[in-house]
Every structure is written in C-alpha cells, then in structure tokens.
Design a protein around this ligand. Structure first.
Ligand SMILES: [Zn+2]
Length: 122
C-alpha cells in the first residue's frame, strides 16, 4: 500500500473518530437539555402524546448510539491494522484491497470481489 495514501486514510480515520466521539457525547447532552426544558413547561402537550414522543426519542438515541459505537469500533479496528501493517488486506482472500475503495470506505475489510461474492450469497 502506498505510504501517502495510507497516511491520508489514517488522517481521515482520526477525523471521523473525533467526529463520532463528539456525536456520542452529544446524545446524552441533548437529552438532558430536553428534560430541563420539559421540567420548566410541565403543561406541555397531551400526556399520551408526550409519552409516545419520549419513547420514540429514547429509541432513536439508542439506535444512534448503537450505530456510533459500531462505527467507532470499525475506525479503531482500521487504525490498529494500520499500526500493525495489516491495513488494506482483505480478510477473506488476503489480497490487497483497492486503494480507491479504501479512500471512499476507509474501514472496508473485504475487497470488492469478496464483497460481491458475499452479497450474492455465494
Ligand atoms: Zn478478497
């Protein structure tokens, strides 16, 4: 793998990581803010609507957090692979993944050929 490309991908990954971590921290904060607002307007909304809203907000937060955690894991995995020098190697066939693909999807762990095969269910 080209050193320059690898460096570029690493920077991209670190940037994404910072973004994800900021977003993850933001989920809890937004929630606390909302509760504070509700507390100062106790008459806001119909009770059943309010509950439904609360449940859906909770589910969205959980889902968002789950996605962020998964992304963070992918990013950390890719960063670790860069350190170990195993980055960009397809986990199925052991061949190098196309650098162009990695620039678009920096935490791809399978090459296009394997991914296509997997998606086809073969
Ligand atoms: Zn492969």
């Amino acid at each position: 793998m080209n050193e320059e490309i690898l460096q570029k991908i690493k920077e991209d990954l670190l940037k994404r990581k910072a973004q994800v971590e900021a977003e993850e921290g933001g989920i809890g904060k937004a929630d606390a803010h909302e509760h504070a607002e509700r507390a100062s307007f106790p008459e806001y909304g119909d009770e059943s609507d309010e509950n439904a809203q609360e449940v859906s907000q909770y589910t969205t937060d959980l889902e968002a957090e789950r996605v962020l955690k998964g992304t963070l894991k992918d990013i950390n995995g890719a960063l670790k692979a860069i350190e170990k020098g195993t980055y960009g190697i397809c986990k199925y066939c052991g061949k190098e993944i196309d650098a162009k693909r990695l620039l678009v999807r920096p935490f791809s762990s399978a090459c296009v050929a394997c991914k296509t095969k997997l998606q086809a269910g073969a």
